[in-house]
Design a binder for this molecule. Sequence first.
Ligand SMILES: [Zn+2]
Length: 393
Amino acid sequence: MSTFKELLRQVKSEIREVSAEEARARAERGATIVDVREADEWEKGHIPGALFIPRGFLELRIEEKVPDKSRELVLHCAGGTRSALAARALQDLGYTNVSSMAGGYGRWKEAGLPVAVPRTLTAEQKERYSRHLKVPEIGEEGQLRLLDAKVLLVGAGGLGCPAGLYLAAAGVGTLGVADFDVVDLSNLQRQVLHTNASVGRPKTESAEATLKALNPDVRVVRHDDRLEAHNVMDLIAPYDVLIDGSDNFSTKYLVNDAAVLQGKTIVYGSIFRFEGQASVFVPRQGPCYRCLFPEPTPPELAPSCDEAGVLGVLPGVVGLIQATEAIKVILGIGQSLRGRLLTYDALEMSFREYRVQRDPRCAVCGDQPTIVKPADLEWSCHIEPRREVPAQA
Ligand SMILES: [Zn+2]
């Protein structure tokens, strides 16, 4: 019986050891570097291009991964011990050109040689998003994509609140919140990001506090200024997807035009009394808001903000349709509402769907656009009434 020390000395005398620098030179000449560490070690960083086979699976998998037994292999672990034993095992399997990297990955890093650190979810994130990870269409890759995504909530009101809550819960990494208003007691019947304690405080502040409390992974960016022609382009520029939760024409047209000019997708929503609508506007791949509604309704025909009523739960339904569409757009899965306008009637509890198309005469997304930069509509608090969709085939 020999001690482990003696065994290791024996093994090392029977294999070839190379330095980290030598390993790299050999790899550049075509040798395959085989990392025999465990998965948690690999995930913290590894040699770019290395073949990863944990020591426990080496003999089981090597012949499938490297059928050519004359191929040059440089094995490494963290410090050089496991790879020395592994090299001997491969020699026993008939591999003829095997070496072990002395000092392992630690020595490789000390030498300043290149490493790759794969992005992965933390243990806490794996738990938080475990129900996403179980869905094959999302998985870890999709979750990382959500964490990288930047979504702007245009308005932290009836639609923006439920959409924001669920997008934060889902792990959308950056949520912009654009709203210049303060929380009013009359908002609390439906604007679920805000609470009694936030009455009188800016909506963006209250939204930020609620979203961060729900999910600290989420970075909340507050935009407290009213969206206007002079700031809208810069404000939307960093975002991948815009959620239109605005209630007034001025903002809807302004954001639509800016989004078309920058090629950004808008997830549109609108609510009035018992009815809601939603769609997805992808510039030039489908209609925009102006294609559907070329001109604002004259103020005398539109209800003013003070007159407008809405069933408290209605924006929850429409806002969550918007959040769902935003997540699908980010993940690139499913059929979006692009080219379709979905309408919802809470009293009938019915959904209807209309096909909508890009209008080649549209002032902003048409073939000869006349709107080439965003312009302010005269601002008045008139909400978008329920408008009939132009009949289309
Ligand atoms: Zn258009």
